[in-house]
Design a protein around this ligand. Sequence first.
Ligand SMILES: *[C@@H]1O[C@H](CO)[C@@H](O)[C@H](O)[C@H]1NC(C)=O
Ligand SMILES: *[C@@H]1O[C@H](CO)[C@@H](O)[C@H](O)[C@H]1NC(C)=O
Ligand SMILES: *[C@@H]1O[C@H](CO)[C@@H](O)[C@H](O)[C@H]1NC(C)=O
Ligand SMILES: *[C@@H]1O[C@H](CO)[C@@H](O)[C@H](O)[C@H]1NC(C)=O
Ligand SMILES: *[C@@H]1O[C@H](CO)[C@@H](O)[C@H](O)[C@H]1NC(C)=O
Ligand SMILES: *[C@@H]1O[C@H](CO)[C@@H](O)[C@H](O)[C@H]1NC(C)=O
Length: 541
Amino acid sequence: MEILSSFRISKTTIAILSLVLLFNIPYQASGHLLHRQKTIKYDLFASQIGGENTSNPYEPILKFLNSSKFPNRKSFPHGFLFGTGSSALQIEGASHEGGRGLGIWDDIVEQNKGPFLDADKFSSKIEHYKRYKEDVQHIKKLGVNSYRMSISWNRILPDGTLKGGINQEGINFYNNLINELLKNGIEPFVGIMHFDYPLALKQNYGGFLNRSIVKYYKDYSELLFKTYGDRVKHWTTINEVEFAALVQYMFNIENSSTDQTCTNTKICTQTYTLVHNFLLAHATTSKLYKKKFQAIQGGEIGLAITSGRYVPYSSNPEDVVAAQRLMDFYWGWILDPVFNGDYPRIMKEFVGNRLPKFTKKEKYMLKGSTNFIGINYYTSHFARHEPNRTKITADNYDALAVSEASNVEGKILGFKDQYGWSNVYPEGLYNFLIYIKEKYKNPKVYITENGIASSKISNPLKDGHRIAYVAAHLNATKAAINDGVNVQGYFLWAAFDTFEFQAGYSGNWGLYHIDFNDNLKRIPTDTAKWYKEYLTHDLRH
Ligand SMILES: *[C@@H]1O[C@H](CO)[C@@H](O)[C@H](O)[C@H]1NC(C)=O
Ligand SMILES: *[C@@H]1O[C@H](CO)[C@@H](O)[C@H](O)[C@H]1NC(C)=O
Ligand SMILES: *[C@@H]1O[C@H](CO)[C@@H](O)[C@H](O)[C@H]1NC(C)=O
Ligand SMILES: *[C@@H]1O[C@H](CO)[C@@H](O)[C@H](O)[C@H]1NC(C)=O
Ligand SMILES: *[C@@H]1O[C@H](CO)[C@@H](O)[C@H](O)[C@H]1NC(C)=O
Ligand SMILES: *[C@@H]1O[C@H](CO)[C@@H](O)[C@H](O)[C@H]1NC(C)=O
């Protein structure tokens, strides 16, 4: 009974969705905003759209979790990577030790202490740099076979360049960490750049706004392949390519007081320049890896994006098209170039000459430059047509579309989690995976991040909502695999409480909670115990 009432279906919503999702809607274009879109079948879970606010929305999932129908570990493909993850920037600490140079985020947090919670803990974090051996043991206890980590460019090359000198202590640290992981049966899944990069490159040359950074990025990557490539078989060039650019420029995290519009600031141009140079850095490095290292080392190289399924705000054709447009403005922005060699047509049209152009040679280099796509999935949104753009802080200013938490009827996607404070919509993950499969010819995919915060619970160790959240998303992942999507791994975010930018540590993202009052003690949460149980025992068969 609970199940029925918590996922009560709105007939109107279903009607809208069947129209939107199952058929091509032929309509007359009224103005240049309307383009006919090819629409794809991806509504396996459509009945869960419009879920309501109940006292325990997770109950159906928890019941299902205990049933024999829940996909166990063995039911995933052979060699599937089950892991967890973190990033150098968010856990290492030792910002001023071991010869590390400063990164751009050291500067951003230093300049904007106000909006960043726990700014005082930023330079020491959870001291992973010093406690990595202990941390590998914690990771091992989860029963995972892989760990997604990242390398700090400025720890390896303090000023970002080879000329400025290699920091041997930094080289040693990652050698030790990688060896420790392998010794414990855990495959490192390594990010070359996860948000941070050397401050000196930004201060001296304008960082990723300057195309010549591609050369420095390539030098740095080559050093990593040479040094660690004998042991590292999975490389990710850049994490959340589109989000890194939006956050830094269009959302203007560097200057939260801003209230400007694209018409009178250059940040709306810089966002596109940044992604352009990220993509060129990715493709150049990927080409180098494939040419010089891949045959000998036998690894793979890809990039990671954020993800989410945009669902039309209403049945109005303008909203239907807006949903497709946001898909292109977020994910097509990155995926079209790396699979097809160029930006989506709709972006060229809407952004005009602020969108940089690839040369013929660059297009050729970009096309097929990725062995896999890493998908970071948390939730999904509705998309509403919004021609009246004034503020730059919502979505992509140029998309003429904004994301909304509820649709025209006031319905939300999935249900609201009261503890982590976001909408839980595993169907969005399934739908996104099907979308990628159909649109980009079924590439290899890893779910490089998935998880939920525990920001609203008094005892962060009792994170039962996270168990249900993870279970529901594992189920959706398996459903996508059953329907032919080539998913090869799942990484639960995060291994430890991570510094989540402006939110500091308030989100309690870790499978291991960190007790800041007790010498940074790592304590397993209920989800850590459950994940271990799930991964190490085939309890349900
Ligand atoms: C859902 O419940 C929360 C907390 O009980 C409440 O604050 C919120 O307004 C409710 N939302 C809706 C759409 O009823
Ligand atoms: C699922 O099983 C666990 C024990 O394996 C039990 O503690 C829990 O209450 C069960 N949940 C439901 C919803 O039946
Ligand atoms: C871009 O970087 C190069 C060094 O690689 C430098 O010579 C040039 O001045 C930089 N351009 C800008 C605008 O900072
Ligand atoms: C931040 O934004 C304000 C208001 O738009 C502007 O006056 C100021 O110059 C900006 N500061 C930086 C460092 O960009
Ligand atoms: C567009 O925004 C302006 C300024 O915020 C407002 O005055 C106007 O009513 C808006 N127009 C529409 C159609 O929403
Ligand atoms: C689990 O996935 C199946 C599809 O494989 C879906 O039909 C079902 O609704 C999902 N269960 C839950 C509780 O999400």
